[in-house]
Structure formats: C-alpha cells, structure tokens
Design a protein around this ligand. Structure first.
Ligand SMILES: Nc1ncnc2c1ncn2[C@@H]1O[C@H](COP(=O)(O)OP(=O)(O)OP(=O)(O)O)[C@@H](O)[C@H]1O
Length: 241
C-alpha cells in the first residue's frame, strides 16, 4: 500500500507537488496525467525516496520513506523517465545491477544476523552460484517479457529509443517490487509494445504490487484502475481507485 499524506515537494521557491494525498492499494494501477511541469515526476521521485518531502509523508506498507536506499531496500522500484540506463553497459548488465545489489544487501543482513556468514565456505559458494543462477534466469525472463530476449548482450547505446525504454521496463519488473513507479514508460513505444508494457505492469499489480504510471497518453490512463491529474502540483481525481 502506498500512502501519501499531505505531501509537498519544493525546489527552493518552486512548489512541484502541493499538499497531495493519495492511497494505492496492492493490486491496483493508478495513472497520473497532467501537463508538462505539473509535478508528476516529482511525485514519483518522492514516493521512491529520490527527492525529499518539504512536508507531509510517504509510507509503503507502513514504512516511512525518507531516502532512496531505504526505499530501494523496501522494494520501491522506479522506472525513470528517459530510462536511466547506463549507456556503455549491455542490457543484461543494466538489469543485473539492482539485482546483484539486492543480493549483496541480503548477504550483509544475513551475516549481521549471524546467518550465512557463519556457514562453511563450500555452502556459501553453493549459495552464491545458486543466487547468480537465479539472477540470470530473472534477467532472461524479464528481457523475454519485453520482447528483447536476443538483445541482452547489446550495449544500451546500440539500441533504439523504444528498445531502451523496454530495457528500462525489464529492469523494473525484474526487481519484483512492492511498488512500481513507471514514469512515462510507454512514451516511445509503438502500439504493440505499449500494450505489451501495460500488460506487464498489470501483471505486476496482479502479483500484488501497487503501481503508479505517470503518462500523457489518454489510452494508458483509461486502462488504469484509477486516474488522477496534476496541475501546478495539485492533484485532482478524474476516477478514484
Ligand atoms: N531538480 C529540480 N530542480 C529544480 N526544479 C525542478 C527539478 N525537478 C523538477 N523541477 C521543476 O518542478 C516542476 C515539476 O517538474 P516535474 O518533472 O515533476 O513535472 P512533470 O509533470 O513530470 O513534467 P513532464 O511531463 O514534462 O515530465 C517543473 O517546473 C520543473 O521545472
């Protein structure tokens, strides 16, 4: 459950998100639309912990989000506008980074709890290779889900804009988030791939994620469970969840 309460985000004097409150339960997809500069990305960044709230709160499943590392550890996944991929890495490497970081974090936590850190070396090796196999399978499935099963070894800069956008979506869904925040994730896609990505985001919701899509596309908004618009930071409901 995403719970945003009286959230205000400001950059110096400019108020980008003005006293916004909303709730998105697990299993639901909310579309947020509105003109350029209305504050959609700022709202998503705040929920992802990537920008600080000036006032108000963001909670995910009861945990207050205050920074990006905390949000990421709580599996709040942001698929950023403009894809956010490392251009000189391959598609597969881009997908692997958050997954390996997550595994590393689990390892650190286990060791702190006196778990796998105390286990014999061969068990840890076995565990490591099993974990890497799981990461490889997860990456292969996510790339296949966006129709890029043969592009894993291509550098991002060799891919078209639409293909890069699909890699960003694959990276997002591979993380099995509790929350998926998709910022204009279909803007460069043809209709077939737009449907494909929307179906994937719906699948994420069906698995139990709370999903918010920022979009300029009325068709995307129409397919969501709820639709809100933003204007100069203020949020108005077109269709409540
Ligand atoms: N890092 C920043 N520093 C200063 N101002 C910013 C920053 N990020 C965004 N803004 C400003 O905040 C306002 C809201 O921007 P935001 O990107 O959230 O809007 P948006 O609705 O997502 O726009 P778009 O549809 O064009 O992506 C804009 O006026 C923008 O210029």
């Amino acid at each position: 459950m995403i719970t945003v309460t009286n959230l205000t985000v400001a950059y110096d004097e400019l108020v980008a998100v003005a006293d916004v409150s909303l709730r998105v339960p697990p299993g639901c997809v909310l579309a947020v639309s509105g003109p350029s500069g209305a504050g959609k990305s700022s709202l998503l960044w705040a929920i992802a912990g990537a920008v600080a709230a000036r006032s108000g709160t963001v909670e995910v499943d009861g945990l207050t989000i205050t920074d990006r590392p905390g949000a990421a550890a709580h599996r709040v996944v942001l698929i950023p506008q403009g894809n956010g991929l490392a251009r000189v890495l391959t598609a597969r490497e881009n997908l692997s980074m958050p997954l390996l970081a997550d595994r590393a974090l689990i390892g650190v936590l286990n060791r702190r709890r006196g778990g796998s850190g105390d286990e014999p070396e061969y068990e840890r090796e076995d565990e490591r290779s099993h974990a890497l196999d799981t990461v490889d399978r997860t990456i292969a499935k996510a790339l296949a889900d966006v129709g890029l099963e043969d592009s894993g070894d291509h550098l991002v800069e060799e891919l078209s804009g639409g293909e890069q956008q699909r890699v960003a979506v694959a990276r997002g869904i591979a993380q099995h988030g509790r929350v998926i925040l998709a910022d204009e994730s279909t803007s460069e896609l043809d209709s077939t791939n737009r449907e494909r990505v929307l179906n994937l985001l719906r699948r994420e919701a069906d698995r139990g994620a709370a999903v918010i899509i920022a979009t300029h596309d009325p068709n995307v908004a129409a397919g969501a469970d709820g639709h809100a618009t933003m204007d100069e930071g203020h949020l108005t409901w077109e269709r409540r969840l």
